[in-house]
Design a protein around this ligand. Structure first.
Ligand SMILES: [Fe+2]
Length: 368
């Protein structure tokens, strides 16, 4: 039958509030049990032992823990490696057990617990476990969003030879030289508007985006500075794991920032909300959160959909404080001019990246 568009009359319709998924905690015990189950299962042909942690309200295509973000457990037994893969999604990885090596494009990253790295899109990726323990990683990606748009593209090598060919191709030098767009000037037509020839459409300016590594042994001592900011600080005690390829979008990948927070005990953050969705991996201490009125408690090793987009939420540290890794689709939202943010429920809603954002009291604390 011929496909025909529906004509949906939306005349006079008021804007709708977005649907919000409830927050959800996946406990350390559930994650550890799944790591053991994957490790004990027969080895798949491609070497990938992996489980997608799917929110109960997620609908295919695009199953994830947030509507646009997935969280996968990936496991390798000692001596194992996966065959090379690549995809047009991008990802952040962290190690939650054991040690290992990632080869991502031209980069080789030796990782251990709490290390973080980014996986740029279309870079060949291979993980190896050269340690004595089971290796477990959490990998967060924008695959669900691309699957919803029906444009997720992924390839898988079928043997060791093709793995090596992929890396050789990735490492081959890109030829320099004149580009067609050098002969196709952009035409100003007044009032700030331009006409841009096709040669620019198919050859946009590029930004180098390599896999970067944030080793925990380097990051951890630096977190003392944010943990020690004085009482009454109105910001959040964290560093973004910043990848300069994301420029003003302040990300770790072009979709996400990964940030690591370090909180002393008994600090309660103010309720706020943002259109970016956040997933937290709590890897030290304990605490509690209120998300859209729902109260949740968590401890080291738990994973949580901590801020479904536009949910009012706040987090509070337990008596010993906490460490958390947060994955949040902030750069994606800035790129779309969609990052609306309310820093306290008394503040106006701001569109971050298009207007001056919120100001903490950091100057008072560092100058006093
Ligand atoms: Fe938040």
């Amino acid at each position: 039958m011929e496909a025909r568009a529906q004509f949906v009359d939306v005349s006079g319709k008021a804007p709708e509030a977005p649907e919000v998924w409830p927050s959800i905690v996946i406990t350390r015990e559930e994650i550890e049990a799944e790591v053991e189950r994957l490790a004990n299962a027969p080895k798949p042909a491609n070497g990938v032992r992996s489980t997608n942690l799917v929110h109960p309200l997620a609908k295919a295509p695009g199953l994830g823990l947030a509507p646009g973000i997935d969280a996968r457990i990936e496991v390798l037994n000692p001596g194992e490696h996966a065959l090379v893969r690549r995809a047009n999604s991008n990802a952040v990885g962290t190690c939650i057990r054991g040690t290992g090596r990632a080869r991502i494009g031209g980069a080789t990253i030796d990782f251990t617990a709490h290390d973080v790295w980014n996986v740029p899109s279309m870079h060949p990726v291979i993980y190896e476990n050269d340690g004595d323990d089971i290796q477990a990683r959490l990998i967060f990606s924008n695959q669900p969003m691309l699957e919803k748009q029906l444009v997720h593209y992924a390839e898988q090598a079928t043997d060791e030879d093709s793995s090596e060919r992929w890396f050789a191709a990735a490492e081959a030098a890109i030829p320099d030289g004149p580009r067609a767009k050098d002969s196709a000037p952009v035409v100003p037509i007044g009032g700030g508007a331009f006409l841009m020839p096709y040669e620019h459409l198919v050859d946009p300016d590029t930004v180098t985006n390599a896999a970067l590594h944030w080793p925990w042994e380097v990051v951890e001592p630096r977190l003392k500075a944010v943990r020690a900011i004085g009482d009454g600080y109105t910001g959040r005690r964290l560093y973004i794991l910043y990848n300069p390829a994301t420029e003003r979008r302040n990300g770790t990948t072009h979709s996400f920032f990964a940030s690591i927070a370090s909180y002393p005990g008994n600090v309660v953050d103010r309720p706020h909300r943002h259109s970016s969705a956040a997933i937290n991996y709590w890897f030290g201490g304990s605490g509690r959160s209120t998300v859209d009125g729902q109260k949740l408690t968590w401890k080291a090793g738990d994973l949580m959909l901590s801020a479904p987009g536009w949910s009012v939420h706040n987090h509070a540290s337990g008596p010993d404080g906490f460490y958390s890794l947060t994955i949040q689709d902030h750069p994606l939202m800035i790129a779309q001019e969609s990052l609306i943010w309310q820093e306290t429920m008394k503040d106006p809603i701001k569109n971050l990246g298009t207007q001056i954002g919120f100001q903490t009291n950091i100057a008072d604390l560092v100058n006093s």
